[in-house]
Design a protein around this ligand. Structure first.
Ligand SMILES: Nc1ncnc2c1ncn2[C@@H]1O[C@H](COP(=O)(O)OP(=O)(O)OP(=O)(O)O)[C@@H](O)[C@H]1O
Ligand SMILES: [Mg+2]
Length: 262
């Protein structure tokens, strides 16, 4: 592929499965033979630590925040770590200062996009995991990626969180004259309850144009996270592998068909 496609995995609601979905979509793209750069923008560093890169999270200069604030001066290669399935632009404890620091910077929301330009030809996909809040960090992810993957729980509180997210994305599109496409809604951690059933129906009706995927509650996903990989390295036969492969294939097929010749 010429240049990389970028996916921003976000929902400002906490604990809905952003990190789990991001790692497993990245793992599925890797399983399809694609080169993937995983970007952990969450100051909590769950993905960075989960992928076995605690040393990156605790590293001193240069850190991801230095990359953001001195875009151009810190080579992005110095911030990228190797993992069996993907390369990782790791988060760092200093990212806790990012919201405040980036607010002071002109064009603070465009920093990730500038950094990624350096490695645009090195990867087929960039998958960005976001923190559980809206602000400058998530703006960077949305601005750079222009493609949105939304994990959401099958609970009625998701109605409000999706409404807030779509309003926020529309405002960002207006402010910057950009278009952000919602590529997938991943209903996550589904259990056999009446509420889940009703919400699955609601998602389909509320977002008829967005490909909608159902990921069930599975210990295998927690096991893979604990092992520092996607489920494709730990449990190839697990039923949820098929769902993540379907997400990756649909995204990849669309991007390949719409590829602009180099
Ligand atoms: N489909 C699933 N089946 C079982 N457990 C899951 C599933 N999805 C996520 N989990 C578990 O739920 C918890 C929250 O998931 P995760 O960390 O991916 O959410 P998050 O949205 O990234 O959280 P945060 O908002 O803190 O970044 C984790 O313990 C994770 O292992
Ligand atoms: Mg997370």
């Amino acid at each position: 592929m010429a240049g990389s496609s970028r996916l921003c995995v976000t929902n400002q609601k906490g604990g809905v499965g952003k990190t789990t979905v991001a790692i497993n979509v990245a793992g599925a793209l890797n399983r399809l033979g694609r080169d993937v750069l995983f970007v952990d923008l969450d100051p909590q560093g769950n993905a960075t630590e989960g992928l076995g890169l605690l040393e990156a999270y605790d590293a001193e200069y240069p850190t991801l925040l230095d990359g953001f604030l001195e875009a151009g001066d810190v080579p992005i290669d110095d911030l990228i770590y190797a993992h069996a399935e993907m390369d990782v632009l790791a988060s760092n404890i200093e990212m806790n200062a990012a919201e405040a620091s980036l607010l002071q910077e002109v064009g603070g929301e465009t920093r990730l996009a500038s950094m990624l330009e350096e490695v645009d030809d090195d990867y087929d996909y960039v998958v960005v995991d976001c923190p559980p809040h809206l602000g400058m960090i998530t703006d960077n992810a949305l601005y750079a990626a222009r493609n949105l993957v939304i994990p959401a729980l099958a609970e009625s509180t998701s109605k409000r969180s999706l409404e807030l997210l779509f309003d926020y994305v529309s405002a960002l599109e207006r402010d910057h004259g950009i278009r952000i496409d919602t590529r997938a809604l991943v209903v996550n951690r589904i259990e056999n309850t009446n509420e889940a059933e009703a919400m699955l129906e609601w998602f389909g009706e509320a977002l008829p144009d967005v490909p909608n995927y159902e990921v069930r509650k599975r210990v295998a996903l927690q096991r893979a996270f604990a092992a520092g990989t996607s489920i494709f390295r730990t449990d190839e036969r697990v039923d949820m592998c098929d769902i993540f492969l379907e997400i990756a294939e649909t995204i990849d097929q669309h991007d390949t068909e719409n590829e602009v010749p180099a």
